[in-house]
Design a protein around this ligand. Structure first.
Ligand SMILES: [Zn+2]
Ligand SMILES: [Zn+2]
Length: 351
């Protein structure tokens, strides 16, 4: 089989490997769609604390495929079932795992990080993933590309559910990547009265706005906070999400919040970066400053329903698709920052 392998900082190599086999407590999945995420790019740049710059790993944690082999001890799952996975596998016995928060487990393992992931033609689903409830059957009517994007949507949903958005709310989304796109879709699905997206490139704003924005703000052309005041009639926004790893966006989001405002610092900053907070504003205005990382199995199940029901058209964030022969080009493309979501189709040579 072929695999696109991270072989050290900055390098993805297309390799031919022996076909893996399912162990007695595993299933083997033929990967049909795997989406490139900012986390994959972070690893590729050598900036992820769990993947060393000299390690070798098949990246990819946003994936979907079809079961082609089932281990002797495995019940329920059968050859031919279409499946996707929740990538973060909790230890199963810590306080976070006991609450069902596999994404908060300090000892988690994850596909595409500690375990070979989706950018290969065949992937083993480990016993811990199988028995931890990380494998999902794809509902009838949902295609592999949609299923591969449930994972990033589930991370968005994890942040979103705590913001308690209603049709009364004005929502601010800072950033123009696929995560920003998914938050626009959520804001629209939840009926937010106003959805403002901020970016620094006009072309990206034009690309992302149809996903659900009522207003766009080009931060290279106007003062974001002045424009926020103008667009909201001086009220500020009720909800804000930062979707790019820039400290100035966090500052802008906090400054733009109205009384009773809620926000989520969704994109993490580089390690060691800090941002000043006006705690008097938090105190007197009753702000809720939240964070979240990854998604639990429950978040994943919720995101799956949002796509299955047609409320979120998750593939609308996809702008580029590549076959396996062009896997290296797919990463180069994603690294260049063009377009929103890039999908690899491991069973196709070229698209
Ligand atoms: Zn991801
Ligand atoms: Zn745990």
């Amino acid at each position: 089989m072929q695999a696109a392998v991270y072989t050290g900082k900055g390098v993805i190599a297309l390799q031919t490997r022996d076909n893996p086999r399912a162990g007695a407590d595993e299933v083997l999945v033929r990967i049909h769609a795997a989406s490139i995420c900012g986390t994959d790019l972070k690893i590729l740049r050598g900036g992820h604390f769990r993947v060393g710059p000299d390690e070798t790993r098949v990246l990819g944690h946003e994936l979907a495929g079809e079961i082609v082999e089932v281990g002797a001890h495995v019940g329920h799952w059968t050859v031919g079932q279409r499946v996707s996975v929740v990538p973060n596998i909790g230890c199963g016995h810590c306080a976070m795992c006991r609450k069902g928060l596999n994404n908060m487990c300090p000892d988690y393992r994850a596909f595409g990080i500690d375990i070979d992931g989706g950018f290969q033609q065949l992937m083993r689903v480990t016993p811990a993933a199988l028995y931890g409830g990380n494998l999902f059957e794809i509902p009838a009517g949902m295609n592999y590309e949609e299923a591969s994007l449930i994972e990033p949507l589930s991370c968005c949903f994890n942040a979103w559910k705590d913001l308690a958005v209603t049709p009364l709310d004005r929502v601010l989304i800072l950033g123009t990547g696929p995560i920003a796109g998914m938050f626009l879709q959520l804001a629209k699905a939840y009926g937010a009265r106003q959805v403002i997206v901020v970016g620094r490139r006009a072309a990206r704003l034009a690309e992302i706005a149809p996903l659900g924005a009522t207003d766009t703000v080009d931060s290279s052309a106007v003062d974001v906070l002045d424009e926020m005041q103008r667009l909201t009639g001086g009220r500020g926004v009720d909800v804000a999400l930062t979707c790019a790893p820039a400290p100035e966006l966090q500052v802008q989001a906090m400054a733009a919040l109205a009384r009773g405002g809620r926000m989520n610092f969704f994109s993490g900053l580089n390690k060691g970066t800090t941002v000043q907070i006006d705690t008097n504003k938090v105190h007197y205005w009753g702000l809720k400053l939240l964070g979240s990382t990854g998604s639990s199995i429950q978040d994943y199940a919720s995101a799956l329903q949002l796509v299955e029901s047609g409320q979120i058209k998750v593939t609308d964030v996809v702008t580029h698709r590549f076959g396996m022969a062009d896997a290296v080009a797919a990463f180069d493309h994603a690294l260049s920052g063009q377009g929103m979501k890039t999908i690899l189709y491991p069973q196709e040579a070229r698209l």
